[in-house]
Design a protein around this ligand. Structure first.
Ligand SMILES: NC(=O)c1ccc[n+]([C@@H]2O[C@H](COP(=O)([O-])OP(=O)(O)OC[C@H]3O[C@@H](n4cnc5c(N)ncnc54)[C@H](OP(=O)(O)O)[C@@H]3O)[C@@H](O)[C@H]2O)c1
Length: 220
């Protein structure tokens, strides 16, 4: 598949490593430009591109940048993606440490992914947001392995969600359908599933135990 990755930090870098190793055609972008991504490109064979070109022709685009930077992405950043593109949102709202207070999220009660959709102008599939970046490299397991971890995946577009779940399976993880984007508070920071290393059963239970109330540590 052709995959565009916007953000080349902890998560974007490790997804670039694993997805290229699986044989996908990966384009990767950061804020400073492709000339700053030559080491990652040499290591992985990914193509470094300006952010405005990352989605070009892509079947899957991963947006994995600090949440507060999403409104800074060029308008139409996903234009030029393949028809039916699945857009993966890995992002989390850290108002106290990083992002500052975002009124639309806190006052209007939007899930973080719904807010991101508003800026991207496209539906997203929320995945990897509670996954330690190192686990993407270190914890893949074959299907059926008793130690295989499961990741929650939320999204309204069932076809896009299915494509993302299949890619995560290829990466070496099970998935649990966590519902639509309005329910994606179940996997936001400080919920039981956030950072949980468990299989399908444990992840399913943790999603069910989540509270819709935003935790105090994640209010601005
Ligand atoms: N770290 C984790 O284990 C983890 C786990 C799950 C989810 N997350 C979430 O996933 C997202 C990414 O986390 P991370 O730890 O990978 O972040 P990170 O290491 O800080 O990397 C952020 C990346 O985003 C790029 N970026 C920033 N602003 C941009 C813009 N306007 N246009 C294009 N690229 C831009 C940065 O490029 P430059 O370096 O050129 O500025 C950098 O490559 C965050 O929302 C985070 O909360 C992180």
């Amino acid at each position: 598949m052709k995959i565009g990755i916007i953000g080349a930090g902890n998560i974007g870098g490790n997804l670039t490593r694993r997805l290229t190793a699986l044989g996908h055609d990966v384009s990767v972008a950061n804020s400073r430009g492709p000339h700053t991504l030559t080491a990652l490109a040499e290591e992985t064979g990914a193509t470094p591109v300006p952010v405005g070109e990352a989605a070009r022709g892509a079947d899957i685009v991963v947006v994995t940048i600090p949440l507060k930077a999403v409104p800074d992405l060029p308008s139409g950043v996903l234009d030029g993606a393949a028809d039916g593109v699945a857009v993966i949102d890995t992002n989390n709202y850290y108002p106290q440490q990083r992002d500052g207070r975002i009124a639309a999220i806190e006052d209007e009660g939007l899930t973080e992914s719904r807010w991101i959709e508003g800026h991207l102008g496209r539906p997203v599939v929320k995945a990897f947001n509670g996954t330690y970046a190192q686990d993407i490299l270190e914890r893949p397991r074959p299907a059926g392995d008793p130690d295989r971890l499961a990741l929650p995946v939320a999204g309204d577009d069932e076809a896009a969600k299915a494509r993302v779940r299949s890619l995560i399976d290829e990466l070496g993880f099970d998935t649990v359908d966590a519902g639509g984007i309005d329910e994606s508070w179940r996997q936001q920071p400080d919920t039981p599933v956030y950072g949980l290393r468990a299989g399908v059963e444990g992840v399913t239970k943790a999603l069910a135990e989540a509270s819709p109330e935003r935790p105090a540590g994640f209010r601005g």
